[in-house]
Design a protein around this ligand. Structure first.
Ligand code: CDP
Ligand code: CDP
Length: 234
């Protein structure tokens, strides 16, 4: 049995926080696939540039994938967390910038990029580092990357609640105008991720849907851990 828990959902629904805590409680590793797409976007912006698109060479899938292999962009297991690295440097903070967030969905829609990212994730899970299993979070984990995962969770929450969560996570004021602006930015990214041709954001047919709008982080974590304990033999 593949020891993978797939957690998918829209932006700021709580995927990474939930996946990280579930992994901790189960003694498993955590892989945030969004961090890989973000690291690749950072590498493309820094090495190819924003103006590269549409110039013929620009943001072609092939060019981005070659860059990823050269630098390299990769996932490295540190303790029980897969960390995204660019040229051997931990980019955990740099990948959360507004600039990366603004461009990541365009890069993530490129077919060659997805093939590359899927291979990285499968390799990481295969080499799992001797841990009990891997909790992987993203957009297409249950549908495309690990469709055979025995437990698939699809997290949702209203756009305003997700906007409030993202603002407080960044330590910003959670006031009306900012919530509205953040909510619109999240909705635009969700729309791009849900309507792309390859691996769109959607729940797998056998995913457990969890609306977290009125839940605390602890409640949603307990729910997933409970499901996992029922499914995966110790
Ligand atoms: O944390 P947040 O929800 O803001 O985003 P993320 O999980 O870091 O993912 C950033 C972007 O990467 C998403 O908006 C998607 O465009 C892309 N992504 C994807 O296409 N497939 C995945 N499995 C994970 C992320
Ligand atoms: O990975 P994703 O973008 O889906 O979301 P996240 O970065 O894990 O979560 C966004 C923020 O929402 C984090 O600061 C969580 O602690 C917070 N949060 C949550 O995930 N679930 C709740 N029920 C309440 C808050």
């Amino acid at each position: 049995m593949l020891r993978v828990i797939a957690i998918d959902g829209p932006a700021a629904s709580g995927k990474s926080s939930t996946a990280g805590r579930v992994a901790e409680q189960l003694g498993w590793a955590h892989l945030d696939s969004g961090a890989l797409y973000r690291a690749l976007t950072l590498a493309a912006l820094d090495n190819i540039g924003e103006g590269g698109r549409g110039t013929g060479e620009g943001w072609s899938g092939q060019r981005i994938v070659s860059l990823a292999d050269e630098l390299p962009v990769r996932l490295v297991l540190v303790g029980e967390v897969f960390r995204a690295e660019v040229a051997g440097v931990d980019v955990g903070e740099a990948i959360r910038s507004e600039r990366v967030t603004r461009h990541v969905s365009v890069i993530a829609a490129i077919p060659e990029v997805r093939t590359w990212a899927n291979a990285q994730q499968r390799r990481a899970v295969e080499g799992g580092g001797g841990v009990g299993g891997v909790v992987v979070d993203g957009r297409d984990i249950g549908t495309v990357v690990f469709p055979e995962a025995p437990l698939k969770i699809f997290l949702t929450a209203t756009p305003d609640e997700r906007a409030r969560r993202r603002l407080s996570q960044r330590g910003e004021a959670v006031d009306g105008d900012l919530v509205q602006r953040e909510s619109q930015a999240l909705a635009a990214r969700d729309a791009a991720d849900s309507t792309r041709r390859i691996a769109p954001l959607k729940p797998a047919a056998d995913a457990v849907l969890l609306d977290t709008t009125a839940l605390t982080l602890e409640q949603q974590v307990s729910r997933v851990v409970e499901l996992a304990r029922g499914l995966f033999p110790g």
